[in-house]
Structures are given as C-alpha cells and as structure tokens.
Design a protein around this ligand. Structure first.
Ligand code: A2P
Length: 332
C-alpha cells in the first residue's frame, strides 16, 4: 500500500495544532510529515505521533522534495503566495484560508457533501468557512431529499474563530480588561459583526456563507441570507437555520433523513431537554443537529439548530477528511 508524505503549513497555529491532533486520531498511511511555519517559530520543536519534529521555515523551496499533500492554515496571504508554488511542484494543497474558495478552478469541498468535486482539482482544494461547513453537513441531506428554495442563517459564533486574539479578548474581558481583537467588549455581549462590512451592508463572513453555500450545493439560484454574530463562547459555533424546502415533508421522515446523514448526529429529545450545545460538541469531529421543527409560517419550512467544533469540523477535521477521501478515491 502506498504511503504518503504530508506537509503541515502553519503547524504552530490554533488550526495547525488541531491538524496534528486529528492526524494522530485518523490513521492515514503516512511515510513522513514535514511541519512548517514562519521564521518566528523555525527551529522550535513539536512532539507529534510520539516523535519530536523541528519546525521548518516556509519558503519557495519547501516543496522541492517528495511531498504528496500539504495542509495549509497560515493565513490568506501565505496561501495566495505558496499554494500555487506547492501545486506547481505536484503537491495537492488543501487550503484552510479564504484565498482560493471562490476561484472557479478550485473545488470547495465538504467530504460528506460534495466529494465528487475533488475529481476536477488543479492542485488546490479549498476548505470552506467554518460556519459554512457545519451548515452543509445538515443541509445536503435535505437538499437531496426535498430540494432547497431558501435559507436564513443566524449564527452564534465562538471567539476561537478569531484565533488566539479572540480567546484572549474573552478571557481578559471576564477580568474587566478592554478588548484588543474585537471593536467592542465580547464578554457579556453579542457582536453582530464578524469580519469587515461590505458595500451591501453585510459582513464578509455573512457573504462567505451565502456564496460558499451556493458553490458547494451547486445551485446559484438558491435564495440565501445570513446574520453572523460573535458570542461570548470559547469554542464551537451554533447556528439557527431556517430552510424553505421545495417539496412537502413529513417531520418524522425528515428527522430520519437527518439521523442517517453522514457526519451528522441528531440530538433532538425536547421532553428531556436534549439538543446540541457548544459544551458537548467541543473536541468532536461530528456536526450535531436538533430542535428540528416545522416553520408554521411557511408551506414547506423547517427550523434547525446546528452545532459543531469550529476548529475541528469547521477547519482541521474537514481538511484531514479531504485528504482521507482523496486517498480513498484514488485521486492521490
Ligand atoms: P508562526 O507560529 O511561526 O507565526 P494562528 O491562525 O493561530 O495565528 O496561526 C497562524 C499560523 O500560520 C502559525 O503557525 C504561523 O506561524 C503561520 N504563519 C503565519 N505567517 C506565516 C508565513 N508568512 N509563513 C509561514 N507560516 C506563517
């Protein structure tokens, strides 16, 4: 059986370290790992798979060796510059930044949802935005069974999505200190702004959800709107998703469709107050759905509550699963 060489770019970062944890858990046939980051951490040591690795500085020559797959999570500008260099040397890049997501030559993939898009890659595959990924896992089975006309997203996003700075703002805010990462205090508050505002009044995060959903579900005509909110929660994004389906549905059957969907766990027992929650999703690779109920204001409407670990399924897990799927499909 072929063994692969894998590079992790941004191995010292929040998502990079989670790449390593997930790689330790998911057993891929790997020969060698190479861990890369900036000059700031070059030379430092990381223990991974029971072995000590030295962090290398990423540069133009980093991919001049036998590397099959590179998992990138080192920011948009690093991906913009280095992903094409790696791809030109025959490396398959799985990129966690937003740099390549909307490029028509780059597949945007959630492995449970659109694995067939992996077949047309040109060396770079994009990992979707964290809030989009978990929504896709819950919505694809409904799209396949009933068709989707319109989606209304309202998100409740953890501070870890804003990196270490986001974490520190919440920790420091609890102690009464002023925020540094966010424009306003996040402790005891909800911020209806994630990323910058665009000319249409939406934030960049909101338009990522709209545009990435259309690309992944393969439907440019789908009607989608989003409001994304940062909440004082350390880990895991929660989402209220209102969906207008094309076809009528039976609620028990729809719940059954969700219960049997890949990567999705139905947690829906309101008599016992069971529903997905951030504290339970932390550290898990699955996406959780509950509060499944008919939207009585619409003909074919349904409401969902969807929760996932934004650093795991929303970033690292999804990227590692893409690598795993490509190996399974014989694409690498
Ligand atoms: P470093 O630790 O050397 O700065 P986070 O998103 O948690 O801030 O992590 C960002 C990751 O991307 C870190 O591993 C960081 O490395 C890495 N990184 C940032 N800029 C570069 C760059 N220009 N080249 C390579 N890696 C980079």
């Amino acid at each position: 059986m072929k063994k692969y060489n894998i590079a992790v770019v941004g191995a010292t970062g929040m998502v990079g370290r989670t790449f390593l944890k997930v790689l330790e858990e998911i057993n891929l046939p790997v020969e060698n790992y190479y861990l890369l980051a900036s000059s700031r951490s070059a030379g430092s040591k990381i223990t991974f798979m029971g072995k000590e690795y030295t962090i290398e500085e990423l540069n133009e020559n980093s991919f001049d060796r036998d590397i099959d797959i590179a998992l990138f999570s080192a920011g948009g500008s690093t991906s913009e510059k280095f992903a094409p260099i790696a791809a030109s040397k025959g490396v398959v890049v799985i990129d966690n930044s937003s740099a390549w997501r909307m490029d028509p030559k780059v597949p945007l993939v959630v492995p449970e949802v659109n694995p067939e898009d992996l077949k047309w890659h040109n060396g770079i595959i994009a990992n979707p935005n964290c809030s989009t990924i978990q929504a896709m896992v819950a919505l694809r089975p409904l799209q396949l069974k009933y068709g989707i006309k319109r989606i209304v997203y309202s998100t409740y996003q953890a501070v870890s999505g804003a990196g270490m700075g986001g974490y520190q703002d919440l920790e420091n805010g609890i102690k009464g200190m002023a925020p540094k990462k966010f424009n306003h205090p996040i402790f005891n508050n909800c911020l209806p702004q994630i990323d910058v505002f665009l000319p249409n009044g939406y934030t960049k995060e909101e338009m990522k959800m709209v545009n990435e959903t259309k690309k992944i579900l393969g439907d440019d005509n789908m009607k989608i709107t989003a409001t994304t909110v940062r909440v004082p929660v350390f880990d895991c994004h929660s989402e209220s998703i209102n969906v207008e389906l094309e076809k009528p549905f039976d609620l028990d059957e729809l719940k059954n469709v969700l219960a049997n969907a890949p990567g999705l766990v139905l947690e829906d027992d309101i008599d016992n107050c069971v529903y997905p929650m951030a504290v339970n999703a932390k550290g898990k690779n699955e996406t959780f759905v509950g509060r499944v109920r008919r939207d009585e204001s619409l003909d074919n409407g349904v409401n969902l509550w969807v929760v996932a670990d934004n650093i795991r399924k929303g970033a690292a897990t999804n990227a590692v699963q893409i690598a795993q799927k490509m190996i399974e499909m014989g694409l690498i």
